[in-house]
Write a protein that binds this ligand. Structure first.
Ligand SMILES: NC(=O)c1ccc[n+]([C@@H]2O[C@H](COP(=O)([O-])OP(=O)(O)OC[C@H]3O[C@@H](n4cnc5c(N)ncnc54)[C@H](OP(=O)(O)O)[C@@H]3O)[C@@H](O)[C@H]2O)c1
Length: 233
């Protein structure tokens, strides 16, 4: 498992709302964060702003391909409409053994529809689509869908939300769960194989619909009745 000390986290699309929020939270934990963008200067500008807010953090801006090539954990935080194109552009850049974490919620808004509905994708989910495009040997884990950008950006409060994590590699999931739980207030739960990613992605759409219904910005979710660190079947 990759340890906190050596960890370098790349956030592809780290200039956006979700990526920047994750960058802020990880920077707060002392992790080394690389903000990736199609535009290196934009990434460097975001990295400067994240460093200012997170205080003394190790955050730097890179092009998406540079960021992917330097990190052990590569978090993909781009809209569905950009997911395939960006993955194709970075697929030759991954370090051997890196983990790709997909956060994509396949919202209907990508084709002009509603923000609270999801699309059915050929692969079954956005994360499985990412897995099809990932290079051999790169484990894909789906996570962070339930963490809203606005909750992540509110550094005055811990995040009151579970992070559901799925994937086909136990070790990669353990690394991502450990990483997620460095964010104050987060409990990370292994919800099984990557096949289950559609459930996580749909749960995120449910949270968006609750935000709209109750006029809030960061509804979250908590699973009760299990010990996520206990024995699994
Ligand atoms: N926002 C949330 O609360 C939230 C919560 C959970 C999960 N997510 C998921 O996280 C992902 C990012 O969401 P977001 O709200 O952060 O999105 P966003 O701000 O619209 O976009 C994130 C970044 O993706 C890149 N990008 C945008 N459009 C692109 C395009 N057409 N082609 C290539 N790159 C493009 C941009 O980076 P550059 O211009 O710098 O390249 C942008 O800063 C989505 O898949 C979303 O479902 C979001």
């Amino acid at each position: 498992m990759i340890t906190q000390v050596q960890r370098i986290i790349a956030i592809i699309g780290g200039t956006g709302a979700e990526g920047k929020g994750l960058a802020l939270r990880f920077a707060k934990t002392g992790a080394r964060v690389l903000i990736g963008s199609r535009d290196r200067e934009k990434a460097q500008d975001t990295a400067r702003r994240v460093t200012e807010v997170a205080g003394g953090a190790l955050v730097e801006g890179r092009s998406n391909t540079e960021a992917a090539s330097e990190a052990e954990v590569v978090i993909l935080a781009v809209p569905l409409s950009a997911q395939v194109g960006i993955l194709k552009s970075i697929r030759d850049s991954f370090r051997p053994g890196a983990i790709l974490v997909d956060t994509t919620v396949p919202l209907e808004v990508a084709i002009g529809g509603r923000v609270s509905r999801t699309l059915t994708l050929w692969d079954g989910s956005a994360a499985q689509q990412a897995a099809r495009l990932a290079p051999p040997g790169i484990q894909v884990v789906a996570a962070f869908h339930s963490l809203s950008a606005s909750a992540l950006a509110d550094l005055d409060h811990p995040v009151d939300c579970d992070v559901l994590v799925c994937g086909d590699s136990t070790e990669a999931k353990a690394t991502v769960r450990e990483l997620a739980e460095t964010i104050a207030g987060v409990r990370a739960i292994d919800v099984g194989p990557l096949d289950n990613a559609r459930l996580l992605e749909n749960a995120a759409a449910l949270l968006i619909s609750l935000n709209l219904r109750y006029r809030v910005k960061h509804s979250g979710l908590r699973i009760t009745g299990i010990d996520p660190h206990g024995t699994q079947q």
